[in-house]
Design a protein around this ligand. Structure first.
Ligand SMILES: [Cu+2]
Length: 169
C-alpha cells in the first residue's frame, strides 16, 4: 500500500504541552498513590492474588519494557447508516493509544501511541486522523467501495492495516 509522508510542522509545539501535562499528571498520580497507601495503612490487608493473576494488563503507570505488537480492529460499516448512503466505520487499536502526537521523540514513549491513515477506493492519497472516533464518510456514489485504514506510529510508519469493503445501495 502506498504511503505518503505527511508533514506536521507543529510537532514540537504539540509535544511540549503534552510532556508538561504528563509531568503534572505524574505528580498528581504520585500524590494520589501516597494518599491511598496512607489510607490503606489503617485498612484491612487486601489480597494481591487478583493483581498477580495472568491476564491482567500491565499497570499503565509503569513504563512498558516489552510491548506487544500493535494491531487494528475494524468493523464493517453500520448497516442502517449504510442503507442511507452514509458510511460509518468503527475501529479500535490494540496495544496503541490513538493521540495527536507526532515526531521521533514520540515513537518510543510507553504506552505506545499513534494514529490512523485512511484511503478510500485506492486513492493515491490518504488522510490522517488521531481522534479515535469512528470514520464518517458521506457522499460516495452508489456501488462498491473500499476503505483502507492503516495504524501508524508517530512518524507515520504503518504497523498494521485493514481494508473494509462494502456496497452503497
Ligand atoms: Cu501518519
Amino acid at each position: 500500500m502506498r504511503q505518503l509522508r505527511t508533514r506536521f510542522p507543529f510537532q514540537a509545539n504539540r509535544i511540549r504541552p503534552l510532556v508538561r501535562r504528563m509531568a503534572k499528571g505524574a505528580v498528581l498520580a504520585s500524590s494520589a498513590a501516597l494518599a491511598v497507601s496512607c489510607a490503606a495503612a489503617d485498612a484491612p490487608a487486601v489480597s494481591r492474588t487478583a493483581a498477580d493473576q495472568s491476564g491482567w494488563p500491565p499497570a499503565p503507570v509503569v513504563a512498558l519494557t516489552d510491548q506487544p505488537e500493535p494491531s487494528l480492529v475494524v468493523d464493517t460499516p453500520l448497516a442502517d447508516q449504510l442503507a442511507m448512503g452514509l458510511v460509518v466505520i468503527r475501529y479500535r487499536a490494540e496495544n496503541l493509544h490513538i493521540v495527536p502526537v507526532y515526531g521521533t521523540n514520540a515513537v518510543d514513549v510507553s504506552p505506545r501511541i499513534g494514529h490512523i491513515h485512511v484511503t478510500v477506493d485506492d486513492a493515491p492519497w490518504h488522510w490522517a486522523d488521531a481522534s479515535g472516533e469512528p470514520l464518517i464518510i458521506q457522499g460516495l456514489p452508489r456501488g462498491p467501495h473500499k476503505v483502507w485504514i492503516g495504524l501508524a506510529n508517530p512518524m507515520h510508519k504503518v504497523m498494521d492495516s485493514k481494508t473494509v469493503e462494502f456496497t452503497i445501495p
